[in-house]
Design a protein around this ligand. Structure first.
Ligand code: KG4
Ligand code: ZN
Length: 336
């Protein structure tokens, strides 16, 4: 059995092949350079670039997997949430290819795919686990009881964690995409130089809020000498504040639900301070933390192909409907 995964929800065009033996091949093209000129993702440019890249990448993934397209059993594509035009490119390709091969095309929830990405690793967690999903578009804590059984425990009331990294980087004059650039800069900074707020830590719930933190950085930067040293120290202090907040809320979620397995997913999961701090906390508090490898933290099709594989196997989903029904907004709790 070969499942083809297609991911085009934002600014990565990605394809993967998953079989019963595991991941066979995966390829990703990132549009980062294309959008860097504009300091953020331009939706129309994203869609057009997906169109340009899709077929050559599909050919490449089939070559890497050393299979013919006729050997594909089913196609899993990201149906939402994401940028509408970008989603449409992947969905239309998936549906037409499925039609021509007379195989099913399964619409996959992008966040479900992120949540299940750690399952691609040899050391995968058992259900139930708590997932901290922190990306450019989403920040949430969810209880994963089983595949398809997700309970949102808390989420960001405003900016997502990745968005807060990106916007703060912009305030500090750093190039797009700001998250990894800010994190790199912060390595040499003093994280105690500025005492930024740890938002929502005083609240008993598991929601996040990052826009106040970003505003605190804006005021601190404006009032400062704006030297390179200050920039580095603000970056380090900001990163410390956001990481401490994510740590505290994740631990609270584990304790509240009496669960000892935490999975971290999404682009911010690539942050080294977050990874190291969570590993240390896990040792101290006696729980297990699981991270997907870096390339599966950010957008990729391996996680989409894997989710499709599970759904195809478990529910024998045979969707051969030709209508295209992409969803820009789609709650994780609505998945069936
Ligand atoms: O999951 P992802 O690739 O795309 C979305 O679905 O949003 O996440 C991208 C986000 C961006 O906001 C990026 O700045 C952030 O993840 N990011 C990081 C790091 N690497 C990527 N944020 C902090 N530290 C990093 N090392
Ligand atoms: Zn994503």
């Amino acid at each position: 059995m070969y499942i083809l995964g297609i991911e085009t929800s934002c600014d990565e065009t990605a394809f993967a092949i998953y079989s019963e033996q595991g991941l066979v091949a995966h390829v990703v093209h990132s549009q980062v350079d294309l959008h860097a000129l504009y300091d953020g993702v331009v939706p129309e440019l994203a869609s057009r670039d997906h169109i340009k890249r899709a077929l050559p990448l599909l050919k490449e993934v089939l070559q890497q997997a050393n299979i013919d397209k006729k050997e594909i059993t089913a196609i899993a594509y990201t149906q939402g949430p994401g940028l509408m035009g970008a989603l449409l490119v992947g969905a239309v390709l998936a549906k037409s290819l499925a039609f021509s091969l007379n195989i099913p095309a399964l619409g996959i929830h992008h966040l479900e795919a992120h949540l299940l990405a750690p399952m691609l690793e040899p050391q995968a967690p058992n259900y139930p686990f708590i997932a901290l999903l922190v990306s450019g578009g989403h920040s949430l804590l969810a209880k994963v009881n089983d595949i398809g059984e997700y309970q949102i425990l808390g989420e960001s009331l405003d900016d997502a964690a990745g968005e807060a990294f990106d916007k703060t980087a912009k305030i500090l004059g750093l190039p797009y995409p700001g998250g990894p650039v800010l994190a790199k800069l912060a390595e040499n900074g003093d994280s105690k130089a500025f005492n930024f707020p740890r938002p929502m830590l005083d609240k008993p719930n598991l929601d996040f809020s990052f826009s106040g933190l970003k505003t605190a950085v804006l005021y601190a930067w404006k009032a400062s000498d704006q030297s390179e040293e200050t920039r580095i120290n603000i970056a380090a202090s900001f990163q410390q504040a956001i990481v401490e907040t994510l740590l505290a809320k994740s631990y609270k979620a584990l304790k509240k639900n009496n669960i000892k397995h935490l999975v971290v997913a999404g682009g911010v999961g690539a942050n080294q301070l977050l990874r190291n701090s969570l590993q240390n906390l896990a040792l101290e508090k006696n729980f297990q933390v699981y991270f997907p490898r870096l390339e599966f933290c950010t957008d990729n099709a391996a996680m989409v192909a894997y989710t499709g594989y599970l759904r195809f196997k478990l529910y024998n989903q045979q969707d051969k409907d030709l209508s295209v029904n992409t969803k820009a907004r789609w709650s994780l709790e609505e998945i069936i």
